[in-house]
Design a protein around this ligand. Sequence first.
Ligand SMILES: Nc1ncnc2c1ncn2[C@@H]1O[C@H](COP(=O)(O)OP(=O)(O)OP(=O)(O)O)[C@@H](O)[C@H]1O
Ligand SMILES: [Mg+2]
Length: 412
Amino acid sequence: TRLGAALLNKTLPDTIWQARDAAIELLHSVFYRNKGAYLVGRITGGGEQVPLVLPVRHQEHAEQNTEGVPRLHLDTVLITPDDVAIIFSFSRAYFQVDVAVPNECVGYLQRLMPHKPAGELYAAIGFFKHGKTEFFRALNQQVAKREDVFIIAPGVRGMVMAVFVLPSARTVFKIIKDEFDPAKDVTPDIVREKYHLVKRHDRVGRMADTQEFSNFTVHNDHFAPECLAHLLEVAPSTVSLKGEKVVIKHCYTERMMTPLNIYLEQCDDEAQLAVLKDYGDAIKQMAAANIFPGDMLLKNFGVTRQGRVIFYDYDEVCYLTECHFRAIPASSGDDYLSGGNESFSIGPNDIFPEEFGPFMFANPERLRVFKQLHPELFEVSYWQGLQQAIVDGRIIDVYPYGNEQRFVDAEQ
Ligand SMILES: Nc1ncnc2c1ncn2[C@@H]1O[C@H](COP(=O)(O)OP(=O)(O)OP(=O)(O)O)[C@@H](O)[C@H]1O
Ligand SMILES: [Mg+2]
């Protein structure tokens, strides 16, 4: 609390500090997720407000507790709208929170985070079904406004999914294609299973939430002609025309982000460094939650408005503990790739971290920078160490705020 007060002292705007009517308010309900409890509210004064989130955790080291009673500590103080929005992100598990009137709670949260759609906030506080209803309602309203039409998603087309977007609704729609690229050995059932796995799993702030819809129907003039033609061509068993209506038998929706490959082509050096750091952090944090993304190419990650890197392509996802991380046998060198005489057999779950580089980056300079930021990702021992930690039941904490924002290190 001492550190929290000092932080507020430093960061609260003067108008609030000096206001006679300055006040702190907190919701009665406590928001629980994983090992954290969050108090949520705002600081007001002088006609201004900042959101306030106080994450509370148990003391990390049991031996520091007195009389066996677990002590609590304030882990940080969050008062910027972006930091607070990240806590409530669509890329995290839903909170467990007891609220008497969900509508009031969501209304309050929306005042703290005006950019967040109500549907995402309902989902964030555990009312996923109502969140889906709100999302669908807002989507229909946006479609009816006719600000734009459905277009093919910018970026590299999927080998498994046909993806289209309504940019004004910040939403992507994903349809399982009738035929997959030969490079893929998944089936439509496996794809659904993987999306379901992610839905149930802790998404640790790094995997986008999905909604699943059946028989999504919309007038054909809401589609750009080339987009509709593409969908009818690659997914005829899912997308059909009924008179002037387009009927989509099954699709997933997700929040639309900027694909990381596109983002990197457009951003400046500083943003590049930040996003490369976050890309590696995303991979590490998913791994800490026992998820291996399978396909770690840049095109399978998106960048949010806050510059966070989030994974969205789930067809090759698997549990980290199912992977077999291997070093390339010393005698083989590069030969196994170039079809030389030296060879060794590769199992279906074999993964060679030393080989990640060229898959991730076509640009050698970017690879060099990334390797400097995240050298461990290319080491077999790093991955095996994580697997061992998971098998041993050691929970690797992933915080929904930067480690550098935590008070705990400063106190120990
Ligand atoms: N949430 C999103 N936001 C923005 N663009 C997206 C999103 N999801 C997918 N896309 C775009 O659609 C493309 C295909 O999506 P996705 O990677 O999910 O399909 P896929 O068929 O599984 O891909 P792959 O061929 O890599 O297996 C992506 O490369 C990206 O350009
Ligand atoms: Mg992809």
